[in-house]
Design a protein around this ligand. Structure first.
Ligand SMILES: [Zn+2]
Length: 147
């Protein structure tokens, strides 16, 4: 049986630049996982379950439940639809620190905003990840790719 999962799970990547205090900026890659229909449904159901679980718990909070219950209900539905439509997920970045030269993975804050500050795990210096927009060849909405 051919290993079709390996190709589907292989991360996509987009070029970034990583700059530090001194030295020339180095190349980095944005790691993007492609989400299959089962993964999207699993994430959507998980998001819905968390929000609706909070909704059930908030029923027992006097007064505040008038706001919390409808809010968690709506947030759950919004998150379910949003995750169901999300075909790609950013998993982080990979690159070489321009200051100390150590190759490593970088965690990104929620929501992809570039440029973004990250920290080298080896020399602990603050670095800046920026989009190499000339190589991306597109504007915003790159995560909207339909499968
Ligand atoms: Zn470093």
């Amino acid at each position: 049986m051919p290993d079709t999962h390996a190709a589907a799970d292989a991360p996509l990547s987009r070029p970034l630049t990583l700059s530090g205090y001194h030295g020339a900026p180095t190349a980095a890659r944005l790691l993007i996982a492609s989400l299959g229909p089962g993964q999207r449904m699993g994430r959507a159901v998980k998001g819905l379950a968390v929000s609706w679980g909070a909704m059930v718990v908030s029923v027992f909070i006097p007064i505040a439940h008038f706001v919390l219950v409808p809010s968690f209900f709506g947030i759950g539905l919004w998150q379910f639809v949003r995750r169901l439509r999300q075909h790609e997920q950013v998993r982080g970045a990979h690159g070489t620190c321009p200051d100390c030269g150590v190759e490593q993975d970088f965690e990104l804050s929620a929501g992809l905003r570039l440029p973004q500050g990250v920290q080298c795990r080896h020399c602990h210096r603050g670095l800046t990840l920026a989009a190499d927009s000339a190589k991306w060849g597109l504007g915003s909405g790159s995560a909207d790719r339909r499968v």
